[in-house]
Write a protein that binds this ligand. Structure first.
Ligand code: DP6
Length: 316
């Protein structure tokens, strides 16, 4: 029996749009911050019988991910692909669990697919390098290729790598969970649907320009500049969703209120957290360690209405 774990990550420049049939080749490069405190554990156990099976893993502080039929299928298919790649045979029970709330629209595919790829590499004693494993993981779920590098990961072509010379290596993370509803449009589907938006024209260039600017800000430790790039980027992605044909949306009134509160803080303090949203209604905040007091204050405020998960104090 082998066990592996991998972190989730939050994209600040988003992977949104992919070349269909390419094994998740993105239409633009992305940059993420690794959420080392949010992890998936995957355990593999050899079983008799013709096929692989998924089962929940029991572990204190961890809960089984809520997998749709399609989600489970995608996970098992990736394992099949890994077995073929590593020339391995036999059937396995794949157990997995997350230590972050995965029943409320928070993406667990990045950590799940990265952990599955690590576990398979260990089980089958694969000789691939970390970069090669990242490429293999990308074929299962794109964003998982960034979960092999910490704290920053850049994914420009095939697989991700650790960008050199970036500041802000240690950040505090808070996720404001405004809704626990299961997403109607999965991120995989969103990748296809955004290409119908008139805004998709020029998206690659906009994301590329923002990525270069953000990298420069992170190198120079320019927090205000980083915030502006990250802010524009998540709004650009959500505008793509909402102008697709037909349109779809993840932003709710509650997400808007949380984002507006952050905007307010920035306006008056000329400082605040990096603010971003994935393909869901929840809002992610990243703070510099010296902003702890502000972070605590904002978390207390958001907890009046929402569950807030933080990297420094569990979740309520
Ligand atoms: C909005 O990696 O979930 O979180 O490759 O189809 O599995 P697939 O998509 P996925 O897309 C993630 C989209 C995102 C932005 C990001 O993480 O970059």
């Amino acid at each position: 029996m082998v066990e592996a774990s991998a972190p989730s990550n939050i994209a600040l420049i988003k992977y949104m749009g992919k070349i269909v049939g390419s094994g998740n080749q993105p239409t633009n490069a992305s940059l993420s911050y690794s959420l080392d405190h949010w992890r998936t554990i995957v355990q593999l156990e050899s079983i008799a019988g013709p096929e692989d099976r998924w089962a929940p893993l029991e572990r204190t502080g961890y809960a089984a991910p809520v997998l749709s039929e399609k989600g489970r299928e995608k996970f098992l298919q990736h394992f099949q692909f890994l077995k073929e790649t590593f020339n391995a045979e036999g059937a396995f029970r794949i157990r997995s669990a997350n230590n972050f709330p995965s029943d409320c629209g928070l993406a667990s595919s990045a950590s799940s697919f990265a952990a599955l790829t690590w576990a398979a590499a260990e089980q089958f004693q694969a000789r691939q390098s970390v970069n090669e494993l990242s490429v293999l993981s990308r074929k299962g779920s794109g964003s998982s290729c960034r979960s092999f590098f910490t704290p920053w990961a850049i994914w420009e072509k095939d697989g991700a790598e650790a960008p050199q010379g970036l500041g802000f290596q240690k950040l505090l993370h808070a996720a404001v969970i405004v809704s626990g509803a299961v997403k109607e449009v999965s991120s995989s589907e969103a990748h296809v649907r955004v290409t119908t938006s008139p805004n998709f024209v020029g998206r690659t260039d906009r994301a590329e320009g923002r990525l270069r600017h953000l990298l420069a800000c992170l190198k120079e430790e320019n927090w205000v500049g980083a915030h502006e790039a990250v802010w524009e980027e998540f709004r650009d992605m959500h505008d793509l969703f909402e102008t697709s044909v037909p349109p779809f949306r993840y932003r709710t009134t509650d997400s808007k209120n949380v984002v507006d509160a952050c905007h307010h803080i920035w306006k008056f303090k000329k400082d605040g957290p990096l603010v971003t949203m994935d393909a869901g209604p929840n809002v992610h905040l990243l703070y510099r360690p010296e902003q702890m007091e502000l972070a605590e204050k904002m978390v207390r405020h958001f907890r009046e209405k929402h569950v807030v998960v933080t990297s420094w104090g569990g979740f309520r």
